[in-house]
Ligand binder design. Structure first.
Ligand code: IPM
Ligand code: MG
Length: 358
């Protein structure tokens, strides 16, 4: 396996180190070989090369079978990276690599673990029902990639961002959403703002067309404001949420928070090949960087997604997922998911506990 590794900034290097620890334990136990190639992206690349992502870094990512990533970026109020023009900041590197590798499908699972129900901020009745959904966010179109500018119009500063979707972009993403749903509980909730936006009306029409090819999957439509509400009211109703780039960005943070900690959630960004970029859903958390207290589980579970989606090693991926559940059952917690009577451990200890149990 040729794995590109983007450790990045903030807690990135710490959590990636633990994911590699778990992968290495798997490689030893189940007999496969891994070559890691370090790839610079984000603030660390700005410090070294003046840009958040070099062409060489993109080439290295393209040569890998998959990329495992930590997180990028720093404190937007205090870091000098945020004095740079927008296209030179750490986040620009992430947007650029997604586009360069055509990673149009972003999967963000949101699962409430039985052991972590106490950390769930929802009503007890709602938490007791549990939930297990995947948000499939379109990742290379829409508002984040449309034309944008700020200029004076009639003497008034005016900013413009454009939200564009072609039917092709919607179709390829919709297919992915239905394929994923057909392997799960067979329900797609397509989230849009079709009561206002043209792009959403096209989204609805194309999604309905694609749905005809998947007769065993139920499609429902939901407006994004309602979806935000339903996520805290009755998250158990969702199986696969399929939505455009910005709605998915926002809803996936909400879906993460209702599990109790964003430190638990993995993600995969996929294109039409077996390649994928795998990263935790959370950010670089600069306030706790270097303290060995960050939760590495999201990154470890992202490595499991990598084994599943890129390498078709579902068995080994399940071993990792089971090891995570086992460690939680034994009462080990990083500080973000700590509750009374549990044993608090560091980032490194959590990684080792999981690696020992694969
Ligand atoms: C995410 C992040 C990024 C995004 C930022 C860092 C550009 O919030 O992966 O959700 O909005 O896509
Ligand atoms: Mg986000």
């Amino acid at each position: 396996m040729n794995i590109g590794v983007i450790s990045g900034d903030g807690i990135g290097p710490e959590v990636v180190r633990e994911a590699k620890k778990v992968l290495d334990a798997c490689s030893e136990k189940y007999g496969f070989e891994i070559n890691y190639t370090d790839i610079m992206m984000g603030g660390c690349s700005i410090d070294k090369y003046g840009v958040p992502l070099t062409d060489e870094a993109i080439e290295a990512a393209k040569k890998s079978d998959a990329v495992l990533m930590g997180s990028i970026g720093g404190n937007t109020a205090t870091s000098p990276w945020y004095k740079l023009p927008a296209d030179k900041r750490p986040e620009a590197g992430l947007l650029k690599i997604r586009k360069a590798l055509n990673l149009f499908a972003n999967l963000r699972p949101s699962v409430l673990y039985n052991e972590l129900k106490d950390a769930c901020p929802l009503r007890k009745e709602t938490a007791d029902k549990g939930f297990d959904m995947i948000i499939m966010r379109e990742l290379t179109g829409g508002l984040y990639f449309g034309e944008r500018y700020t200029k004076e119009i009639n003497g008034v500063n005016t900013a413009v961002d454009t939200l564009t979707y072609s039917e092709e972009e919607i179709r390829r993403a919709a297919k992915k959403a239905f394929e994923i749903a057909s392997k799960r509980r067979k329900k797609v909730t397509s989230v849009d703002k079709a009561n206002v936006l043209d792009s959403s009306r096209l989204w609805r029409r194309i999604t309905e067309e694609v749905a005809r090819d998947y007769p065993d999957v139920t499609l429902e439509h939901m407006l994004v404001d309602n979806a935000a509400m339903q996520l805290v009211k009755d998250p158990a109703q969702f199986d696969v949420i399929f939505t455009e780039n910005m709605f998915g960005d926002i809803l996936s943070d909400e879906a993460a928070q209702i599990t109790g900690s964003i430190g638990m959630l993995s993600s995969a960004s996929l294109n039409d090949t077996k390649f994928g970029l795998y990263e935790p859903s959370g950010g670089s958390a600069p306030d706790i960087a270097g303290k060995n207290i960050a939760n590495p589980i999201a990154t470890i579970l992202s490595a499991a997604m990598m084994l599943k989606f890129t390498f078709d090693m579902d068995d080994v991926a399940s071993r990792i997922e089971d090891a995570v559940k086992q460690v939680l059952k034994e009462g080990y917690r990083t500080v973000d998911i700590m509750s009374e009577g549990m044993k608090q451990v560091s980032t490194g200890e959590m990684g080792s506990l999981i690696a020992d149990r694969v």
